[in-house]
Design a protein around this ligand. Structure first.
Ligand code: NAP
Ligand code: MG
Length: 491
């Protein structure tokens, strides 16, 4: 396990020597200590990224040359897949098969953006048809510059990949700050980048607190672009900080996503996807479908199947075979989710199952998977993100009512619909006010497809070619192409 900052191609302690604890959420043990970056450390990292961008030529390499580094990083991740997945489990708490999946996806993300980096060479210029034949014009894409990437703790390595891979592919250089509670695998990513010979300063990883290291990144004058995934309040701070010097931003801020199940849906299939939509990763998923709307003819049978299956979920340390629900990421997150459940009860909700620490788990941030019914429409439980294994379920009668309930939210990240009637599913998909829509499933995510939200769920799209555009500027180059005189002042 690495314990130092990775700045300008070197490992170093923080400038004041301070560290923070790494806690295994399954055991509550302190398993490691990592350097806590100061604003001074961030300044050194930003200046290294600046130099790598402005002078050392990272953006001047061809896309194919940058792609070679990205593919080597992908290979490096795959070569250490099992070991990195274990680190993710002892840091984040998620079950090992999920961590394995994340690590493979992170490697795939670097490969995908290697492909897009190569394509940048093949179609660099877009000719523009002008109405005046004396001029020709073309548009070219160029990297924005130094990107500050700030990521959450729910998919530590994968969120790093979603930002670092497209940024490097585009020709940007990066200062990455992982979440304090899950910093181990971001440092491994730095070690892999170092092993493959990524030039110094192209990727810098500064571990530490959001209020110190994160704040120093968003306030830094020499950072051109901020890429953030996390909570709404921090997203607002980032947008405000970016406003001062017009930094480019992309924000992915979570939601309260609906899952609409019609009467013609198969009950067991619906229950499977409802569970996957809210219990996967302990429900700590920005796109989790945490508001389930079930058409009244199916409601009673579906609810009882959901409760029956939810009670069977095997809880435990993510390293144990067969475990499907690990601990929440931190004591703080556990407390927040428990508090949200208590508030839901106080507002009139009924706990159909779960809602408390599971028996036999006195240590570790464990919580039973929870199904809430009778959740009042105006309560926080229905409206605010809980970010834990807690689903609220209610019935509806008509398609119009379902759409109205689904869209009645300040968020718009994801939405799901289940029906055997394809025309109805397409109609509802079109009516959802959300950036990610699933039909007959919930959560499957592909590097190729755009990811991001409507409304307060964020700005911009990650992944796919949209994710590359996040790190590119567009420049027009217009030429006066004839030998003629312009003749405005000088006839
Ligand atoms: P958060 O506070 O928004 O943290 C996200 C990242 O921002 C972390 O790296 C954090 O650092 C950093 N940060 C915090 N304050 C900052 C500041 N002033 N300037 C720059 N960076 C700053 O989210 P959280 O506390 O981890 O989780 C709170 C809630 O956010 C969750 O309950 C959930 O609702 C939501 N969330 C959403 C997503 C998503 O995928 N959209 C992911 C995680 C959480 P440190 O944490 O190291 O201090
Ligand atoms: Mg941890």
């Amino acid at each position: 396990m690495r314990s130092e900052l990775y700045i300008d191609g070197k490992w170093r302690p923080s400038s004041d020597g301070r560290t923070f604890d790494v806690v295994n959420p399954a055991t509550e043990e302190v398993i490691h200590r990592i350097a806590a970056a100061t604003a001074e450390d961030v300044d050194v990292a930003v200046k290294a990224a600046r130099r790598a961008f402005d002078r050392d030529g990272w953006p001047k390499l061809s896309g194919a040359q940058r792609a070679r580094y990205l593919r080597a990083i992908a290979e490096g991740i795959r070569a250490r897949q099992a070991e990195i997945a274990r680190l993710e489990v002892i840091d984040n708490g998620k079950p090992l098969p999920e961590a394995d999946w994340d690590v493979a996806d992170a490697a795939g993300c670097f490969d995908f953006y290697a492909g897009l980096a190569e394509q940048l060479d093949n179609s660099p210029e877009e000719p523009i048809a002008l109405p005046d034949a004396r001029f020709t014009s073309k548009a070219v894409k160029e990297p924005i510059g130094v990107a500050g990437a700030i990521i959450p703790w729910n998919y530590p390595l994968l969120m790093a990949a979603w930002k670092v891979a497209p940024a490097l592919a585009a020709g940007c250089t990066v200062v990455l700050k992982p979440a304090e509670v899950t910093s181990l695998t971001a440092l491994e990513l730095a070690a892999i980048a170092d092993d493959v010979g990524l030039p110094a300063g192209v990727l810098n990883v500064v571990t530490g607190a959001g209020a110190v290291a994160g704040q120093a990144i968003i306030d830094h004058r020499q950072v051109d672009k901020l890429a953030f995934t996390g909570s709404g309040p921090v997203g607002s701070k980032i947008m405000a900080a970016a406003a001062r010097d017009i930094k480019r931003i992309s924000l992915e801020l979570g939601g309260k996503s609906p899952f609409v199940v019609f009467d013609d849906a198969d009950i067991d299939e619906a229950v499977e996807w409802i569970m996957f939509g809210i219990f996967w990763n302990q429900g700590q998923v920005c796109s989790a479908t945490s508001r389930v709307l079930v058409q009244e003819g199916n409601y009673d049978r579906l609810l009882s199947r959901l409760v029956e299956e939810t009670k069977k979920i095997r809880i435990g340390n993510g390293l144990e075979d067969g475990v499907l629900l690990g601990p929440l990421v931190s004591k703080r997150q556990h407390q927040q989710v428990v508090t949200a459940i208590e508030a839901a009860k106080a507002a009139g909700a009924t706990v159909a199952c779960g809602g408390k620490r599971p028996k036999g788990f006195e240590t570790g941030y464990y919580l039973e998977p929870t199904v809430l019914t009778d959740v009042p429409l105006e309560s926080d439980a229905w409206r605010e993100e809980i970010f834990g294994p807690v689903v609220s379920i209610r019935s509806f009668s008509t398609e119009e009512e379902a759409i109205e309930l689904a869209n009645d939210s300040r968020f718009g990240l994801a939405a799901a619909v289940m029906s055997r009637d394809d025309r109805r599913a397409e109609r509802v998909a079109a009516a959802f006010r959300a950036g990610i829509v699933w039909i007959n499933c919930s959560q499957p995510t592909f590097t190729e497809a755009p990811w991001g939200g409507y409304k307060e769920s964020g700005i911009g799209r990650e992944l796919g070619r949209w994710g590359l555009d996040n790190y590119l500027e567009t420049k027009q180059i217009t030429r006066f192409a004839t030998g003629e005189k312009w003749g405005w002042y000088i006839k």
